[in-house]
Design a protein around this ligand. Structure first.
Ligand code: NAP
Length: 310
């Protein structure tokens, strides 16, 4: 049985390994996604004890939330899962802008509830800051919705350190979701001191650097999705990253584990990270990533990985 962790100061408790679902119905991010495969991986996650399911209006758009809503309803397991989603994007004529104004947010929460076929959302994030709304005012709207029972915990994502401080003026922020992985460690300096001090759970996105940190890619691999434009996947940088990942393989082999498990276990060993949401394209990846819980890294191994990627 996995131990449970609390999201910020909220009453939401989840197992430390959640699931990222931008590849479930995220047709705008990954071409040729099969929706049945996506639904199957959600079912597998829930059956395997995963509790935190991370989605967003922007994945699809809308489709990821709809598919998760369908599966959770079919399985009749709403009380066993915590659904996290994100609002803020506004689509007009297929063009997206960010809007965190109070009227818009209130309306968007209701629409997300409908897509997810539920009457509460466990963790609601502002996906990105907008240009005009004071951050504490936007979070204040989420607090009002929390008091009304429509959401249970409040998150922000992609906020700069200054924006986070403004958003958390009244102490209402439970979770910050930001980019963090072994190749992108800036969060340790710019966010962790603040989030630790203010009891905000930091949930990293791209924990596997979109698959790069699983050790399965080779120098000649080509990508036709969002990875085609990611700096870590380009030329010399890609080659160097693959070399570092190979060194993790030595630790993995000695522990009879996979590279991804070592990487994910390393995050959970960091002070400031309680929950991770690795993404998956197939059910077997979901099952595999759960094996992270069987990996125990020694302080020496944690240091070796730290230095390798510092
Ligand atoms: P990720 O977790 O770094 O990588 C996930 C990808 O790695 C999978 O789609 C799969 O891709 C591969 N993979 C996963 N497990 C594997 C395994 N055991 N063996 C081999 N390959 C494996 O990237 P992500 O899914 O983009 O990010 C995680 C979650 O964070 C997302 O799903 C989303 O919920 C959230 N997110 C949030 C934001 C934000 O702005 N807040 C931004 C990005 C993501 P392949 O099979 O194609 O290699």
């Amino acid at each position: 049985m996995m131990k449970k962790v609390q999201l910020g100061s909220s009453d939401v408790y989840v197992h430390p390994i959640g699931l990222g679902t931008n590849a479930v119905g995220g047709h705008n991010l990954y071409p040729n996604l099969n929706e049945e495969t996506g639904k199957e991986l959600i079912r597998t996650a829930i059956e395997s004890g995963i509790q935190l399911i991370d989605t967003a209006l922007m994945y699809g758009p809308y489709r990821s939330e709809e598919l998760i809503g369908e599966v959770v309803k079919d399985m009749g397991c709403r009380e066993n899962v915590a659904i996290a989603t994100k609002i803020g994007p506004k689509y007009v004529d297929q063009k997206m802008t960010m809007d965190n104004s109070p009227e818009f947010l209130r309306d968007e929460v209701d629409k997300a509830l409908q897509r997810l076929q539920t009457d509460y959302i466990d963790l609601m994030y502002l996906h990105y800051p907008d240009e005009h709304t004071p951050k504490d005012e936007a979070v204040g709207v989420l607090k009002e919705l929390k008091d009304a029972g429509k959401i249970r915990a409040i998150g922000v994502s992609n906020f700069s350190p200054e924006q986070l401080k403004e958003a958390n003026k009244d102490g209402y922020v439970d979770v910050l979701q930001g980019q963090y992985n072994l190749l992108e460690r800036e969060a340790e300096q710019i966010y962790f001191p603040y989030t630790r001090e203010h009891n905000i759970s930091f949930i990293p996105y791209f924990p596997l650097a979109s698959g790069l940190l699983t050790g399965k890619y080779k120098r000649d691999d080509q990508f036709d999705d969002l990875r085609a434009s990611m700096p870590h996947f380009q030329g010399e940088a890609f080659a160097k990253n693959l070399e570092k990942v190979e060194q993790i393989r030595q630790i993995a082999v000695a522990k009879n584990a996979e590279v991804a498990h070592i990487v994910l276990a390393w995050y959970l060993a960091q002070d400031g990270i309680d929950v991770i949401i690795p993404g998956a394209k197939r059910a077997d990846q979901v099952k595999s990533n759960l094996q992270t819980l069987d990996v125990h890294l020694t302080p020496g191994e944690i240091q070796v990985i730290n230095r390798l990627f510092s």
